[in-house]
Ligand binder design. Structure first.
Ligand SMILES: [Zn+2]
Length: 186
């Protein structure tokens, strides 16, 4: 049979445990929230050790994402992609900032080559990153894939500001926790 649709879901706890009207005052508070999503995803066995969220310019939560690759048999289901998909559905547009407002992707780890590419199309104004790619590759088994040498500059040229190393140690801790608790079983 040729499959004619794909249905991706966040874990059930995303509906029950996350306040859809949450608002956070600063970068660290937003990253702490996102690192918490990544940790919870590992603790509850609902996917890999990555979390992401989209916030509007006032710090209000628009969407969350966690890694769902293994539970959903979908190599695309990275945290950033899940956050983009669910933000686009909540706002009912494929380019988030088409309304003239500002949108920020906050991700617990530097986007891989897939999510980096997706970030050009999603309509974000800023990308905030916790752990670096080298953290991911040294603390887990994941290969983040190739990025352009000047990957930050390529985003900035297209209007996406980049901030790195926000709560980097906390985000690294989640990756280490994942590997210590069995790693690739998710
Ligand atoms: Zn990715």
């Amino acid at each position: 049979m040729i499959y004619a649709q794909v249905h991706l879901t966040l874990p059930a706890w995303a509906s029950t445990d996350i306040d859809p009207l949450a608002r956070f005052d600063n970068d660290e508070a937003r990253m702490r929230f996102v690192a918490g999503l990544a940790r919870k995803n590992v603790e509850l066995g609902t996917g890999g050790p990555f979390g992401a969220a989209i916030f509007d310019g006032d710090g209000r939560l628009v969407s969350i994402g966690v890694n769902r690759v293994m539970p959903q048999n979908c190599s695309l289901a990275h945290a950033e992609i899940m956050a983009f998909l669910t933000a686009q559905q909540r706002l009912q547009r494929f380019r988030l900032n088409e309304d003239g407002q500002r949108y920020v992707l906050v991700t617990s780890a530097q986007p891989c080559c897939q999510c980096y590419g997706a970030s050009f199309w999603a309509g974000i104004d800023e990308m905030q990153i916790g752990a670096r790619a080298e953290d991911v590759m040294s603390l887990t088994e994941f290969d983040e894939g190739p990025l352009p040498a000047d990957w930050i500059g390529e985003l900035e040229k297209r209007g996406v500001a980049v901030k790195r190393d926000i709560l980097r140690d906390e985000c690294r801790d989640v990756l280490a926790f994942y590997s210590a608790s069995g790693g690739a079983s998710y």
